[in-house]
Design a protein around this ligand. Structure first.
Ligand SMILES: Nc1ncnc2c1ncn2[C@@H]1O[C@H](COP(=O)(O)OP(=O)(O)O)[C@@H](O)[C@H]1O
Ligand SMILES: [Mg+2]
Length: 246
């Protein structure tokens, strides 16, 4: 993909950093250091690690140039994660998890899709493996769909807006590799955003992966419902979402 003028790649020691110089005037690797940020007044969010597949990484919110940003470190999921926590094999920098998510976010923003703005992607290269991080601009005043549903019921119009949002992505053939209730954000005005495009891609137009995206989301909602005492999701909610999608 061709880089916009504002996108810079910089080699810093064994790290490669891709960043938007409109948002970061001078790149400093401390921006990727969760411990440093956490010790300097930033807010850290730990996400339950017991529920593999729903979320495992830790994010750190911090302010840079008056913008609130979110640092995410990439952790492996599934069975491998017990053995290899956060290392990925491979050498092609353009194909690394964080660079790919960064490019995809920029692409989606150019298509006016409701996603966070990509700030910077870092790849720290080892001999046979790499570790990766991504910084995005925080979407303010939002809650994850899962958090909202443990507090309140959504009306059918709101469910419809979630379906319509997913449809926008599918119309542009964006496949979300992990569409679950923690990767959908809602703000107070009912705007819907999708986040966390790790391993996601632009695919060929095809109904079957679109359907499996939706099935995955339904599975995620049912899983929350099963595990939480209060969780406002039922078959009616789902049919309202599907109506919005159509
Ligand atoms: N740009 C953002 N704006 C607001 N909240 C965010 C943003 N990026 C991440 N978050 C919050 O951090 C959580 C984890 O980030 P995510 O990208 O989903 O990583 P992972 O699921 O791999 O831990 C999200 O569920 C959301 O609550
Ligand atoms: Mg997530």
């Amino acid at each position: 993909m061709t880089l916009e003028n504002s996108s810079k790649v910089k080699k810093m020691g064994c790290s490669y950093v891709l960043y938007d110089d409109r948002l970061i005037s001078e790149m400093n690797l401390q921006l990727f250091d969760a411990d440093y940020l956490a010790n300097n007044g930033s807010h850290t969010d730990s996400i339950g690690s017991s529920d593999a597949g729903i979320g495992r990484a830790r994010v750190v919110y911090f302010i840079h140039n008056n913008i609130t940003m979110v640092l995410k470190h990439y952790y492996r999921g599934g069975i491998v994660s017990a053995l290899i926590k956060d290392r990925y094999f491979g050498f092609n920098i353009e194909k690394t998890r964080s660079f790919r998510e960064w490019y995809l976010l920029k692409k989606m923003r150019s298509l006016d899709l409701p996603v966070p703005n990509a700030v910077a992607a870092r790849v720290k290269k080892g001999l046979f493996f790499y570790q990766a991080d991504l910084i995005t601009q925080k979407i303010e005043n939002t809650k994850t769909l899962s958090d909202v549903l443990s507090e309140e019921d959504l009306n059918s119009e709101q469910w419809g807006r979630i379906g319509a949002c997913i449809k926008l992505f599918h119309q542009k053939n964006i496949y979300h590799a992990d569409l679950n209730a923690r990767n959908i954000l809602l703000d107070q005005e009912g705007e819907v955003y999708l986040i966390d495009f790790d391993n996601s891609s632009i695919r060929k137009d095809d109904a079957s992966w679109k359907m499996s995206n939706l099935t995955r989301l339904k599975r995620s909602l049912n899983k929350f419902k099963k595990n939480e005492r209060n969780f406002y999701f039922d078959e009616q909610s789902w049919s309202d979402l599907v109506r919005g999608y159509q």
